[in-house]
Design a protein around this ligand. Structure first.
Ligand SMILES: Nc1nc2c(c(=O)[nH]1)N[C@H]1C(S)=C(S)[C@@H](COP(=O)(O)OP(=O)(O)OC[C@H]3O[C@@H](n4cnc5c(=O)[nH]c(N)nc54)[C@H](O)[C@@H]3O)O[C@H]1N2
Ligand SMILES: Nc1nc2c(c(=O)[nH]1)N[C@H]1C(S)=C(S)[C@@H](COP(=O)(O)OP(=O)(O)OC[C@H]3O[C@@H](n4cnc5c(=O)[nH]c(N)nc54)[C@H](O)[C@@H]3O)O[C@H]1N2
Ligand code: SF4
Ligand SMILES: [Mo]
Length: 742
């Protein structure tokens, strides 16, 4: 045991660093001027530019400092992403840091089951002792971690390398499985690499924009502002069962039957073929599998598709005509596509339409998956979970050897197999195979699908570690050990936004009490585990960033041309790939302008399959379809952060609510504000009714920001991406204390 405890001097120097003042380079910050860096001289300044830590838009916020502490902020006018705009969450980003429920010391469960404050020394040595004991007793499958899309690239890499190479934890995944896994799998199969091809300039260059299962007015408000700047009087088409804020602002809205999209887009492909809209040259030179696809879609006649989607033939024809008339058509999708039991094929049905009509690789075009969290893209490239660090493959010897060489570690430390996905990890916990679980920057006991089952499973764990900013989260409350983490604004590092732009996020606030950045938590755990030798060169976030840029060399996400953080500031963020100065002068870059994709033969592939039956169709007992998603632009996920701002709290409903169609409400005798009961086969919850024409009859909508919602959802998964199908299950609606069902 003693061998695990680092020498006193080493530890003391680490502690000094953790608890030390804000870094000097923050106060004397060349980046604070955004554009105006004077080479070779540090300029005193009282502002610093930092990429926002909520959504994947990646707005730059200009933080105003007093005595080195951020006291206020404004939206950066000179950043090519947000051009002086920010949404309520961004404006309030500093406010949520000072909250009474911030975790300020490590907490360890005592014999009576109560969490008690302990020192970092006790916390880290307990972590190492418990996890090692479990590993020795139950073997390599008995430990796992669940990470996030909200820590920095440098932290992702540290967690992934520490977990897999240092601690020998076989299974690690993240909340990005709930979010982006479908897009990743779809792009990999179709393009040969997980490569969202667009830049935000495409929002302004398109003449037809199609949004499928996406509500950017609420979820990506500043991207929506970019759409509003489009000077081409574009056709804006929204495909969503609900008449969302985005649908209301669109020129066409198709209120499709939930989960009928796949059939619709095959039908649209068929019609485009019928109307001679295929760009044969592009298809022949740059794609593979079109002939089979052409034959395949013949079944999807207008009549069939109309019946399945609930849209009239005239509506579908108008949709097709709009795509056919567009010169620069872009298709954008988010969770209404990804979070489905057949999300990968659906995403590919959108990719197929762009490929066959040549709407890719030109300004204003593209099959474009919008990312969710501030660094979901970073997790895709650097978390070392479903792919090996830096866009590599665990299954390829040469990839493992390359990464081992750069990290100066023995290649045998790098697994040669893929690990379990989130749902398989939860299943492992349920089966008793996984005994120790480490949850970092995600609130699984609220956000994971099918909460009843999840919570029962977690009870079986021998040791649960939760690393979070707040001790009050649903998940932290279940923990045996809580590690207090610094949050956005309290640490240095980089994020990658939705258009592949790497930007810098800055320390502008001192973390409370003994809370440490995740980066430093990983360092201390490496020390106590006894594997800090592997991380000798991982001294600071920037030193790790430089290692990561070298690892990406030669991959599609190659950023080996970025020599450090200064360049990111100077160029106002850099989109991957970035290999050489030849790209200088550009602020926006989309992919595939040469028509060359990342598959071995350089061609994109048409991938398709017939739609599958609904996992849980409505029936007389459960007659409503439950849709779930984002509620307001002022709420973030499980609300651990956004509920801490007085301003934001005024902008959203306090209690869980369920949106009910006007006719259904009338039939049930329910008015807005009434308490109602929503039940599925998995759980029963109470919510306030909100009667609205924006949901269709027979459908209900609940927002994910309230813990109630996931007691109802049903754990179904896409077979290729293993992403949960959050947006469909059968429920019933009743009045409280009424035995009668609807
Ligand atoms: N304010 C705010 N912004 C956020 C977040 C937040 O929590 N709050 N979270 C961020 C994250 S991580 C993500 S992933 C994104 C999510 O961003 P979005 O995906 O845009 O948001 P959602 O509301 O989850 O889902 C979008 C829409 O899918 C629709 N939908 C449901 N089922 C179907 C279907 O079968 N077909 C079609 N076509 N549509 C369907 C829903 O009605 C919903 O309007 O937002 C990001 N931005
Ligand atoms: N029904 C339903 N459920 C859904 C969805 C849906 O549409 N419908 N959407 C899914 C999607 S797309 C997503 S992305 C997930 C999101 O689900 P979660 O990831 O569970 O949501 P968050 O509230 O963002 O949780 C992040 C946690 O990390 C903590 N945290 C924040 N910053 C840091 C940091 O820097 N370090 C550390 N250590 N902790 C930090 C926060 O306090 C919070 O507890 O929810 C999914 N769940
Ligand atoms: S749109 Fe997203 S990145 Fe921009 S300020 Fe709002 S939450 Fe932050
Ligand atoms: Mo997400």
């Amino acid at each position: 045991m003693n061998a695990l405890i680092p020498e006193r001097t080493k530890k003391n120097s680490l502690l000094r660093e953790w608890n030390g003042p804000l870094t000097q380079d923050l106060v004397l910050n060349p980046g604070g001027f955004g554009l105006g860096k004077v080479p070779g001289r540090l300029q005193p300044t009282n502002t610093v530019d930092s990429v926002c830590g909520f959504c994947a838009t990646g707005c730059s916020l200009r933080v105003h400092l007093k005595d080195g502490e951020g006291v206020n902020l404004s939206a950066n006018p000179s950043y090519p992403v947000n051009i002086g705009m920010a949404c309520p969450k961004g404006w309030e980003a500093l406010r949520v840091l000072d909250a009474p429920d911030r975790a300020t010391t490590p907490l360890l469960k005592d014999a009576s089951g109560k969490l008690q404050a302990v020192s970092w020394e006790t916390a880290a040595s307990t972590f190492a002792a418990k996890f090692k004991e479990i590993q020795q007793k139950h073997g390599p499958d008995s430990l796992a971690w669940l990470g996030t899309g909200q820590i920095t690239n440098e932290e992702f890499a540290f967690l992934g390398a520490l977990g897999k190479f240092g601690m020998g934890i076989r299974h690690g995944d993240g909340n990005t499985r709930q979010c982006m896994a479908t897009a990743v799998a779809a792009y990999k199969q179709s393009f040969g690499f997980d490569a969202p091809p667009y830049s935000y300039q495409d929002f302004e260059d398109s003449d037809v924009l199609v949004f499928v299962g996406a509500n950017p007015c609420i979820a990506h408000p500043i991207m929506w502002q970019r759409v509003m700047r489009n000077p081409h009087n574009p056709e804006i088409i929204v495909v969503d069962p609900r008449r969302t804020e985005t649908a209301n602002s669109a020129t066409q809205h198709y209120a499709i039957a939930p989960k009928s999209d796949l059939s619709l887009f095959y039908g649209i492909a068929r019609e485009l073929i019928e109307r001679g809209q295929v760009k044969r040259d592009f298809v022949e030179q740059h794609t593979e599998g079109f002939e089979e696809f052409e034959t395949f879609v013949q079944d999807y006649t207008l009549e069939k598709v109309s019946e399945e989607s609930g849209l009239s033939i005239a509506e579908i024809e108008r949709f097709v005509e709009s795509i056919a008339a567009g010169k620069r058509v872009s298709i954008w999708w988010t969770m209404g596509v990804n979070q489905s039991y057949e999300g990968v094929r659906l995403a590919q049905s959108l990719i197929n339409i762009c490929l066959m009509t040549g709407n890719i690789g030109r300004p204003g075009t593209g099959a474009n998956s919008i990312t969710g969290q501030c660094n979901a893209m970073g997790s895709r490239l650097f978390s070392n979970t479903s792919s090996l660090l830096g866009g590599h493959d665990f299954l390829q010897d040469e990839h493992r050897e390359k990464v081992a060489g750069i990290l100066k570690i023995d290649v045998s430390k790098i697994p040669n197999e893929n690990c379990w996905a989130y749902d398989q990890i939860v299943q492992g916990v349920e089966d008793g195979r996984i005994k120790g679980l480490w949850i970092i920057a995600t609130n699984s006991a609220h956000s994971w699908i099918g909460q009843g089952r999840f919570r029962e499973a977690v009870e079986k764990l021998e040791f649960l570690v939760v690393q979070d900013m707040y001790h009050s989260t649903e998940t932290a409350q279940l923990a045996d050990l809580v590690l207090p983490a610094a949050g956005w604004g309290e640490k240095e590092g980089t994020f990658i936004n939705s258009e592949r732009r790497i930007g810098r996020t800055r320390k502008v606030h001192k973390a409370p009490g003994q809370a440490l950045s995740d980066f430093n938590i990983f360092r201390i755990l490496a020390n106590y585990w006894g594997c800090s030798d592997l991380f000798k060169d991982w001294r600071s976030p920037e030193s790790v960033f430089k290692i990561l840029t070298r690892i990406t060399e030669g991959r599609p996400c190659d950023i080996s041309g970025i020599d450090g953080y200064d360049l990111l500031v100077e160029k106002r963020g850099i989109q991957w790939p970035y290999r050489s100065e030849k790209m200088d002068g550009e602020t926006h870059r989309s992919l595939f302008s040469d028509g060359v994709f990342y598959r071995k033969n350089g061609r994109a592939k048409f991938v398709f399959d017939h739609p599958k039956p609904l996992p849980e169709p409505v029936c007389s007992d459960y007659p409503y379809v439950l849709l779930t998603g984002r509620g307001t632009s002022a709420q973030w996920h499980t609300q651990t952060r956004t509920s801490k701002s007085d301003v934001l709290r005024k902008l959203y409903p306090k209690d869980a609510y369920v949106e009910v169609n006007v006719d259904d409400a009338k039939a049930l005798g329910v008015s807005s504000g009434d308490c109602v009961v929503v039940s599925s086969r998995r759980g029963t919850v109470k919510a306030k009714a909100f009667v609205t024409p924006t949901v269709q009859a027979g459908q209900l909508f609940m927002s994910m920001h309230y813990a109630e919602t996931n007691y109802l959802t049903k754990p179904d998964f896409d077979p290729y991406s293993r992403q949960p199908s959050y947006k469909h299950c059968a429920v019933r609606l009743s009045l409280p204390d009424s035995a009668a069902v609807q």
